[in-house]
Design a protein around this ligand. Structure first.
Ligand SMILES: [Zn+2]
Length: 182
């Protein structure tokens, strides 16, 4: 069975605030019974995640009979610059200025590296209209996200809009959801 994930990301959170906001949200999610404060190998990365708690349904609105038995069922906190992609099925780039659509742009990888590795802005020019925008500003189909803070829920049922808004309200920042299939 393939794995899927939902990342709730907060693009306007600065790197300097990510760790403390992550700690605050983790404490709240544990206090609500949505996560369990036992870091374990329950996410698809080298990081540790937090498994679903007895009240995880508060985030999903519906139970999933298999979730608690899955090996990959945790929530992963990203507190540094992260590219939240949609999985391995490819993507298109869409210019926010002229709406031109590209299957690939030769310098996109360099721009992402600049943003990810060098804390740069990741500037990328549109070949159609010549306007330069950052990799955060370019649009992606399916959606990609660039953020210093996000929480990735592995194999959870669809998170409710109310839950996503509750996370946003607690951080004071807008939330965006990036869905991926692996
Ligand atoms: Zn353009």
């Amino acid at each position: 069975m393939s794995d899927h994930s939902q990342s709730v990301i907060f693009p306007s959170v600065g790197e300097q605030d990510a760790a403390s906001l992550g700690g605050d949200l983790l404490a709240w999610l544990v206090s609500e019974g949505i996560l369990i404060f036992t870091p374990c190998d329950c996410v698809l990365s080298s990081a540790l995640g937090y498994p679903p708690g007895p009240n995880y349904v508060a985030a999903t609105g519906m139970a999933d009979g298999n979730l608690l038995q899955l090996k990959t069922n945790g929530a992963e906190f990203s507190i540094r610059r992260t590219v939240f992609d949609a999985g391995g099925n490819g993507f298109s780039l869409i210019c926010p200025s002229c709406a031109a659509r590209f299957e690939r742009l030769p310098h996109w990888g360099d721009a992402v590296n600049d943003w990810f590795c060098s804390a740069g802005e990741g500037q990328l020019a549109c070949p159609a209209c010549s306007v330069t925008q950052t990799v955060e500003e370019w649009l992606y189909d399916p959606p990609y996200g660039f953020a210093s803070f996000g929480i990735t829920f592995w194999n959870w049922p669809h998170l409710t809009e109310g839950f996503i808004q509750a996370l946003a309200a607690r951080t004071g920042h807008c939330a965006q959801v990036i869905r991926a299939s692996i």
